[in-house]
Design a protein around this ligand. Structure first.
Ligand SMILES: [Fe+2]
Length: 115
C-alpha cells in the first residue's frame, strides 16, 4: 500500500479560480448554513472536479477544526463512501472553520472559511 505521508506538508490553494484540475479535485469545498447558534457545515472533496474514489486512490479522511481545535474526523472507505461529510457546529460567528482532507496518494489538502 502506497500511502502519502500524513505528517507531510499541507497543500493550500489560495485562489481556486486559477487552480489546476489536480488542485481543484483535492481542495476541500466548505459550505456553511447558519441556523441561529448552530452552523451546518458540509465539506466535499472533489466539488468542481471529481476526485477518484477507487481502492488504490481515494480520500481516506477529512478532519474539521474550529479556531485550531479539532471538532470532527471522518474516516472514509474507498468506493463505499463519497468524500462528502456534514456536521452541526456550535461556534461563535467569526470563528475559523478549517477542513483538512487526506488523499492516500497526494497527501494533505486544506481550506478555511469564516463562520
Ligand atoms: Fe488524489
Amino acid at each position: 500500500m502506497s500511502d502519502a505521508p500524513i505528517l507531510g506538508p499541507v497543500n493550500h490553494v489560495v485562489d481556486l479560480s486559477t487552480a489546476s484540475d489536480f488542485e481543484k479535485k483535492h481542495t476541500p469545498h466548505i459550505e456553511v448554513d447558519r441556523k441561529g447558534d448552530k452552523t451546518i457545515a458540509t465539506v466535499t472533496v472533489g466539488f468542481e472536479v471529481v476526485h477518484p474514489n477507487q481502492p488504490d486512490h481515494y480520500i481516506a479522511w477529512i478532519e474539521l477544526y474550529v479556531d485550531g481545535a479539532g471538532i470532527a474526523r471522518f474516516d472514509l472507505s474507498p468506493v463505499a463512501t463519497d468524500p462528502t461529510v456534514s456536521v452541526i457546529i456550535s461556534a461563535d460567528a467569526g470563528s475559523m472553520l478549517r477542513a483538512i482532507a487526506h488523499c492516500n496518494l497526494h497527501g494533505l489538502w486544506a481550506a478555511e472559511v469564516v463562520l
